[in-house]
Design a protein around this ligand. Structure first.
Ligand code: GSH
Length: 216
């Protein structure tokens, strides 16, 4: 009998992209549940019964229906559950700490800038403030990517050199947001080369294209 699938709630071009890519690298069965951000379906009461934050991605584990939210927690859970695939170096390996450091920075610091950029009206009672909030979010997001470009990236093509890890999925996909499809190629050549290497991976390539992350 085939393994029960993971359930992945998401939308194209969103944070469900890197989760789908990780599942493809693993070769795990997945059933996609579409939650269109257009029309704010993530905020509907029915979806919030699964993820009360009203955000995507959400992953439901095959056994017992355990719900996992937060991109970092989802990817670490997949690494825990599929150690044979090694989406990260093993516990105790300094390279694992490096991958976790930059992944946590992007999911913890960069992602909130994306929310401010996508939904600036949430951050002030005065709608007139929205353009300034959006502009500041864009500048801060780009500063953060520049920092990753300057301090995280070595010889490449991946964050850990020749060794692919889940950090690469996060760097590649998040670097497409907040205008990144145009801004990143122009300002962050190392991140761009990493993204191109991720986009070429056989398991990832069709998903990268379907999510419209660009031709990098
Ligand atoms: N902290 C969450 C952030 C997830 C998030 O903001 N996702 C975006 C899509 S990429 C979203 O659902 N936005 C809709 C909204 O904020 O209403 C995570 O790490 O997964």
């Amino acid at each position: 009998m085939a393994d029960a699938p993971y359930l992945l709630y998401g939308d194209e071009g969103s944070g469900s992209g890197p989760v789908e890519m990780a599942l493809a690298e693993i070769g795990a069965a997945v059933e996609l549940r579409h939650v269109p951000l257009k029309g704010d379906h993530q905020l509907a009461a029915e979806y919030r019964r699964i993820n009360p934050m009203g955000r995507i991605p959400t992953l439901v584990l095959p056994e017992g229906g355990t719900v996992v939210t937060e991109l970092l927690a989802i990817l670490l859970t997949l690494d825990d559950r599929h150690r044979d695939v090694a989406l990260l170096p093993p516990p105790g390996d300094p390279a694992r700490a490096v991958a976790l450091r930059w992944t946590a920075l992007l999911t913890g610091e960069f992602y909130p800038h994306v929310t401010r950029w996508d939904y600036p009206e949430r951050f002030s009672a005065d709608p007139a403030h929205a353009p300034a909030i959006k502009a500041r979010a864009e500048a801060m997001a780009h500063d953060l990517l520049s920092l990753v470009e300057a301090h995280a990236m070595g010889e490449g093509p991946y964050l850990l050199g020749a060794r692919f890890s889940l950090a690469d999925l996060v760097i590649a996909t998040l670097s497409r947001w907040v205008g990144g499809r145009v801004w990143t190629p122009a300002h962050c050549p190392r991140i761009e080369a990493l993204s191109a290497a991720v986009a070429r991976r056989p398991a990832v390539a069709p998903i990268w294209r379907r999510h419209g992350f660009g031709s990098a």
